[in-house]
Design a protein around this ligand. Structure first.
Ligand SMILES: NC(=O)c1ccc[n+]([C@@H]2O[C@H](COP(=O)([O-])OP(=O)(O)OC[C@H]3O[C@@H](n4cnc5c(N)ncnc54)[C@H](OP(=O)(O)O)[C@@H]3O)[C@@H](O)[C@H]2O)c1
Length: 311
């Protein structure tokens, strides 16, 4: 499923390249590290816990502080680290953790690498950058929206952009909801399998999804292709409404999806987080990726779900 092979041209560019990955033990990062290593890159993972990281990712070089990370003189950095956005309600202390684990870490990374800056930084961001809107479609040319997720992404991207002043090419990947083995689909699988899945609220909110094979593909292209620069939407070409997403998941799992999750319940339980992540969304188009000739491995939602749930 993830074995969308790297082209020989890309693999050659990655061979022996010293790459620093933060968040390399996560859902996206662990798969990225495995692929980069298969391509022959020299991968270092900056982690908070090297012992735990070793159980997640084989064979990489692990560091737990920024000085040790800088000592590896990375030519490329992939910055994915951050506390889980959807793991807990957004209390004020949780918001501080979400911000610090991304914005403060990115600033510290820049300070640590400024004496020997990388050629390229590929920094994660999210479609939350655009805020939410029931109708409009967004491309990379659009500015930030409002709300906590938009503020978080704006600040994170600003911290990443500061690498430009060091001469690094900076790619800010605005990632949609990632489908793959694990992640959000794994959380949805049990209720849906029990026939308890249903649309969220009115179901007309947009979900700009992307399959993990394409997140990895876009990171790899960003690392090796100088045409990739600035904001790049990492979303599939055809976003879905929540109602379509729900119906497709029901179809893939051969289960009915007749129980809508009422908006007021989510608002009561989760506050702003429910509003920004579940009850509203944004229709985001991958204009830059398509203009740069990126060919999506998984452009079709049903096929992407089947590939994600097949193991
Ligand atoms: N998955 C999605 O649908 C999605 C969508 C849009 C954007 N993104 C963004 O893309 C990035 C990677 O996503 P992911 O799904 O792979 O994330 P993930 O599975 O939650 O992994 C994130 C990694 O960040 C590190 N981390 C966690 N809490 C931290 C903290 N408090 N301080 C510093 N580091 C911390 C952890 O590495 P260690 O434990 O090794 O330190 C963890 O493995 C995230 O920043 C996420 O916001 C993801």
């Amino acid at each position: 499923m993830l074995e969308v092979d790297l082209s020989p041209e890309l693999a050659t560019k990655l061979t022996h390249l010293p790459i620093l990955v933060t968040g390399g033990t996560g859902f996206i990062g662990s798969r990225l590290v495995a692929r980069l290593q298969r391509a022959g890159a020299q991968v270092t993972v900056l982690t908070r816990d090297a012992q735990r990281a070793r159980q997640v990712v084989d064979d990489a070089h692990f560091v737990t502080d920024l000085q040790a990370a800088a000592a590896t003189a990375p030519r490329a950095v992939v910055n994915l680290a951050g506390a889980g956005i959807a793991d807990r309600p957004w209390t004020s202390s949780r918001r501080r953790i979400l911000l610090d684990s991304r914005v403060a870490l990115t600033r510290q990374l820049r300070d640590a690498l400024q004496a020997n800056p990388p050629d390229v930084l590929v920094n994660a961001s999210a479609v939350g950058y655009y805020g939410t809107d029931p109708q409009r479609s967004f491309t990379e040319a659009d500015g930030p929206g409002s709300g906590f997720a938009a503020d978080l992404c704006s600040q994170w991207e600003e911290a990443a952009d500061a690498f430009s002043t060091l001469g690094s090419r900076v790619v800010r990947l605005r990632i949609g909801v990632v489908l793959g083995p694990g992640g959000m689909l794994a959380r949805m699988r049990l209720p849906f399998s029990l026939g308890l899945g249903g649309r969220i609220g009115h179901g007309r909110q947009w979900m700009s999804w992307v399959h993990i094979a394409d997140v990895l593909g876009l990171i790899e292209r960003s690392l090796t292709d100088e045409a990739f620069s600035g904001a790049i939407n990492a979303t599939a070409p055809e976003p879905a409404t929540n109602a379509d997403f729900t119906a497709t998941l029901g179809k893939v799992l051969h289960r009915p999806t007749i129980f809508p999750v009422p908006a007021f319940v989510l608002r009561t339980l989760l506050g702003d987080m429910a509003e920004e992540l579940l009850l509203a969304g944004a229709k985001v188009r991958p204009q830059q990726a398509l203009e740069n000739g990126y060919v999506f491995a998984q452009p079709d939602l049903e096929a992407a779900m089947k590939a994600s749930l097949s193991r």
